[in-house]
Structure formats: C-alpha cells, structure tokens
Design a protein around this ligand. Structure first.
Ligand SMILES: N[C@@H](CCC(=O)N[C@@H](CSC=O)C(=O)NCC(=O)O)C(=O)O
Length: 288
C-alpha cells in the first residue's frame, strides 16, 4: 500500500495572492491515482486555516470548479482553504466505465459501491469523508483539529448533503447548488444506485438526503440551497428540491433554506453568481 498523504504537485498558479494548486496522490480507497485541487490562501499568520470541500457534478474533474466558479477571490478574502476532488476513480479498467456520462467515470455519486463489479474502486463516500480528511490534516494543517465544511453542485451538492448528514461531527456546515436532492426518486439516481448498490431499493436510503434527514441525530443545522428556476434538470425532475423541503418538515433539527433564483440555469454561470454568498455562509460556522 502506498501512503495516500504523499502528494505530487501537478500544477501551481498564483491567484488572488494565494496559490491554486493541483495535486496527484495514490488513493487506497479507490485503488487508483487521483487528482484534487487545493486553493491555499496567502496566510501570514501561524494560524491553521479552516477548510471547505467542494464536490462537483456529473462529468466534472477537479478542474471545472477551479476554472469556472471564480471562488478564489472569496477563499482569499475569508482565508479558507478549498479542496476540490475529482468526481470518481479513473482508469480502473472496469468494462463499461467510460461509456456513459452519468455512470462510471465522472459519476461516482459519492457512494461506496457494493456491487462486485464496482466495489473495489467506486468508494467516493469513504474517499471524501475519510481519506481526503487524512490528506488535508497531514498536508494543510499544523496537526491542529480540522475545521471543515462541505458544499457542492448537482451530484456533488447531494454528495455534500449526505456527507454532512452522515457525519455531523466532521463538518461545521453544508450548502448546495442545484442538488440532486432525492436520488432514489429520479432517473439519474435510480440508474446510478442500481449500478453501484444493486437492485434492492432498501439499500439506497443510506445515500439519499431525504431519507437521511429523518434519521439525523446531530446538532440543529440549516442547509443553504440555491436553485435556478430555469434549470432544465429541475424541469425534467432530476433535482426535486421540494422533496427535501418536505422531508425536513417532519424533523425539527434540519432546516433547508431553499432560495429559488429567478431565471438561472444549471451551469457554472449560476454558481459564479452566488458563490460569494456560500462563502459568507460557511465562514460564519468555520470561524467560530
Ligand atoms: N453532458 C450532459 C450535461 C452534464 C452536466 O451538465 N454536468 C453538470 C453537472 S450535472 C449534475 O451533476 C456540470 O457541472 N457540468 C460541468 C460544467 O463545467 O458545466 C448533457 O449533455 O446533458
């Protein structure tokens, strides 16, 4: 086994005084080489900075968020390290892995697969919530306790929500852009969960935010969700944010602040418009 915390620097670009870096490392969870992006704000103090993990959507790599969202301005302003991993293992030579854009490579759905064909490599849930935390602790902090929050877009917005709801002790806050809110009830989710988790739908609820809010036992939380009203994936019932709002009505400990943003679509033009609000939201929790 190689040490996943040993990083190779792939690229480094100065951006808003800090550095936008991309690293490569050998993942034990995914059994392949993975890339992830790390924005490191300029930090003249000795203080360990808090961390925000971004999870991207279907078809993305570690590049989409860092090249399209313009988040670096806010990461430097609030002095928050931002980590953006790839969305699946790559190059595992699994038959059919690259045939579809919404399953396999680029579409790990942030679950730990149980179906034998995928179970060895497709473990994005454990990669994000365990291995990546170890990598961050060893490389980007002074050994201090981690202060980490999590957010994401679409498949990654849902990945952020389930990561938080299953690990309230690991994260300070959570937010999402256009999340696939109820995957067990939409075509993308049904297809991916059948492939990764098998056809027994009872096994799917462990990775569905609408089911998880009902079992949530952490401290009271508010999830910030931004959703564009002109989002084609909203119109084709892949996202279903109202199901999440409804699921939260039955619990007192999870509240969703769903902001329907008039005229915006599913793209990074939407994300870049509201990314500053999400940094302001997370900074409140990370700095306390
Ligand atoms: N190829 C697809 C569209 C794929 C797409 O829109 N992906 C979104 C995330 S969708 C949910 O997870 C995305 O973030 N794309 C990357 C980008 O840079 O925009 C199609 O043709 O419909």
């Amino acid at each position: 086994m190689t040490d996943p915390t040993v990083l190779k620097l792939v690229s480094s670009n100065k951006c808003f005084q800090g550095l936008q870096n991309v690293y490569e490392h050998s993942s034990n969870e995914l059994k392949c080489t993975m890339k992830f992006a790390a924005y490191l704000p300029k930090n003249d103090s000795q203080e360990t900075l808090p961390v925000l993990i971004w999870l991207s959507g279907l078809t993305c790599t570690e590049q989409n968020f860092i090249t399209k969202s313009g988040f670096q301005k806010y990461a430097q302003e609030y002095k928050i390290i931002v980590i953006a991993p790839d969305t699946s293992p790559r190059g595992c030579k699994i038959e059919g892995e690259t045939e579809k854009w919404d399953f396999g490579e680029g579409a790990g759905f942030y679950v730990d697969s149980t179906e034998p064909k995928w179970a060895r490599n497709y473990r994005m849930y454990s990669y994000v919530n365990n291995e990546l935390h170890e990598v961050i602790r060893k490389n980007f902090t002074n050994g201090d306790d981690l202060r980490v929050s999590i957010f994401g877009h679409s498949m990654g917005g849902h990945g952020a929500m389930i990561s938080f709801l299953k690990n309230p002790n690991k994260y300070k806050s959570v937010s999402a852009f256009s999340p696939i809110s109820n995957p067990i009830n939409c075509d993308w989710g049904k297809n991916a969960f059948t492939g990764y988790l098998g056809s027994n739908v009872e096994n799917w609820s462990a990775y569905d935010s609408c089911c998880l809010v009902k079992q949530y036992n952490g401290p009271s939380v508010e999830i910030l969700v931004d959703q564009g009203t002109e989002d084609n994936f909203l119109k084709s019932n892949q996202l279903n944010p109202d199901n999440l709002v409804k699921a939260c009505e039955d619990t007192s400990s999870v509240r969703v602040n769903l902001r329907n943003q008039e005229g915006y679509d599913h793209s990074y033009y939407f994300i870049t418009t509201f990314i500053g609000d999400h940094f302001e939201f997370h900074a409140k929790y990370l700095k306390n």
